[in-house]
Write a protein that binds this ligand. Structure first.
Ligand code: PEP
Length: 244
């Protein structure tokens, strides 16, 4: 399976910058596929620019309700109408900066599946949790609470993102990441079946760049990467995509 390399642009890039990035990316793609999550304001522009190219556009977050009095929020159907095909759920900045609870993350995941937008469920431990040997427990708790009661996990992507590695320049070693991915796969198998768990792509996120991606993708349980900083520059992002 071709690795899935998702660009998470966070609060960067205007509509013009988005269009220019995608136009510059097209000739650099070769036969590979790009996955980009621009800010909400640039999704429509990105979808337009990505037409006829192997570029999938998604969103960075969504609300869990279909509609209603939720000032400043965006629903899954609004994203779908713009052409978004996937959505990040439970990104560490949403969990830890914007205080999204595990229950809210579960509700968002259910809503995304109902809407048929592929959820990219982001999980990962904080530094103090790793240092006190709680990584496996945190991954189990986050996966179990998010996926509780969901019988069909076929259209799910998981991103393991240790919080201490996001935007810090401190990447997990390939062996460390592989160990965490293996734990996630085992928990996913318990929640569904080994057959389904084997097919769920588990991406690594946290200070991925063109120099360290090959070692990560060489691991048997790492099927791609979720990339922040290094996805903002088209040359760096296209290098990531073209890494065999
Ligand atoms: C992210 O935002 O999900 C991320 C992994 O960021 P960075 O690549 O900058 O660490």
């Amino acid at each position: 399976m071709e690795p899935i390399i998702i660009a998470n642009w966070k609060m960067h890039k205007s509509q013009d910058e988005t269009r220019a990035f995608i136009e510059a990316l097209k000739p650099l793609l070769g036969s590979k596929k790009a996955w980009i999550a621009p800010p909400f304001t640039a999704i429509q522009e990105a979808v337009k620019a990505a037409q006829n190219a192997k570029i999938v556009i998604g969103a960075q977050n969504m609300h869990d309700a279909p509609q209603g009095a939720f000032t400043g929020q965006i629903s899954s159907s609004m994203l779908k109408a713009l052409g978004a095909q996937f959505v990040l759920i439970g990104h560490s900045e949403c969990r830890h900066v914007f205080c999204e609870s595990e229950d809210l993350i579960h509700r968002k995941l259910v809503r995304a599946l109902e809407e048929k937008i592929t959820p990219v469920l982001c999980i990962g431990e904080k530094l103090e949790e790793r240092e006190t040997d709680q990584t496996a427990d945190v991954l189990r708790r986050q996966l179990t609470s998010a996926l509780e009661g969901i019988s069909d996990l076929q259209d799910l992507i998981v991103a393991y993102e240790p919080v201490w590695a996001i935007g810090t320049g401190k990447v997990a070693s390939p062996e460390m990441a592989q160990e965490a991915h293996m734990i996630c796969r085992k928990i996913l198998a318990e929640l569904s079946s080994e057959k389904i768990a084997a097919k769920i792509p588990i991406l690594y996120g946290g200070s991925v760049n063109p120099k360290n991606i090959a070692g990560l993708l060489a691991q048997p349980d790492i099927e791609g990467a979720l990339v922040g900083g290094a996805s903002l520059d088209v040359n760096s992002y296209s290098q990531l995509i073209r890494t065999p």
